[in-house]
Design a protein around this ligand. Structure first.
Ligand code: B4P
Length: 183
């Protein structure tokens, strides 16, 4: 199993669901920037207060803030493998990750793109019903994904790190698909 992975894909593709399963099975640290931001929001920290309104509009939290979180998490790991779920979300974050990994003498082994049609994404998110899961916010998140996150597909393709996995089907079927690709 790969030890240093990125999961990218549109909102609702199942990044969090699958990342959590793979990390449990393989002893990797699951670092979801969405979950980390939501913990800050629940704790009522200054950082959480800054992030909350942005997240509820379906926009991206500032790069500086997210990078500070990722830096502190990765530097605390002491060599354990990790899966970054939902980070990077734009090319600037991807570029900032490189010197950080350089400092840690690590590199990305693989970038997994979870692919799913808009129709199914919207259906899944409406069924989840989180604070940022109403129809207009979901449309905004999809738009932001297309503009800001989708350019990462070519970015990591050109580095020969990208694998695409079909995220349509049952949770178990997708886990099996991922296990095969990442073995
Ligand atoms: P995230 O927390 O990353 O959430 P997500 O993209 O909406 O969902 P994910 O793909 O993980 O789907 P999940 O497994 O939950 O982002 C939320 C917000 O945080 C962003 O909008 C942004 O504001 C902020 N943020 C996060 N990272 C950032 C960054 N790097 N920079 C700036 N801002 C950042 O699955 C979705 C639903 O589908 C669940 O209900 C699940 O149970 C269901 N599901 C999963 N797989 C299924 C399957 N196979 N079949 C049926 N249902 C399934």
């Amino acid at each position: 199993m790969k030890q240093r992975l990125l999961f990218i894909g549109p909102p609702g593709a199942g990044k969090g669901t699958q990342a959590s399963r793979l990390c449990d099975t393989h002893g990797l640290r699951h670092l979801s920037t969405g979950d980390l931001l939501r913990s800050e929001v629940s704790a009522g920290s200054a950082l959480g207060k800054e992030a909350e309104a942005v997240m509820n509009r379906g926009e991206l939290v500032s790069d500086d803030l997210v990078l500070a979180i990722v830096r502190s998490q990765l530097t605390a790991l002491n060599g354990q493998g990790w899966l970054l779920d939902g980070f990077p979300r734009n090319v600037a974050q991807a570029q900032a990750l490189e010197p950080l990994l350089g400092e840690l003498q690590q590199s990305i082994e693989i970038v997994v793109l979870l692919e799913l049609s808009d129709e199914v994404l919207v259906e899944r998110l409406l069924a989840r019903g989180r604070a940022d899961d109403n129809e207009s916010v979901i449309r905004n998140r999809l738009e932001i994904y297309r503009k800001q996150t989708a350019p990462l597909i070519d970015y990591y393709k050109s580095k020969e790190l990208l694998v695409s996995v079909d995220a349509q089907g049952s949770v178990d079927a997708i886990t099996t698909r991922l296990e095969e690709r990442l073995a």
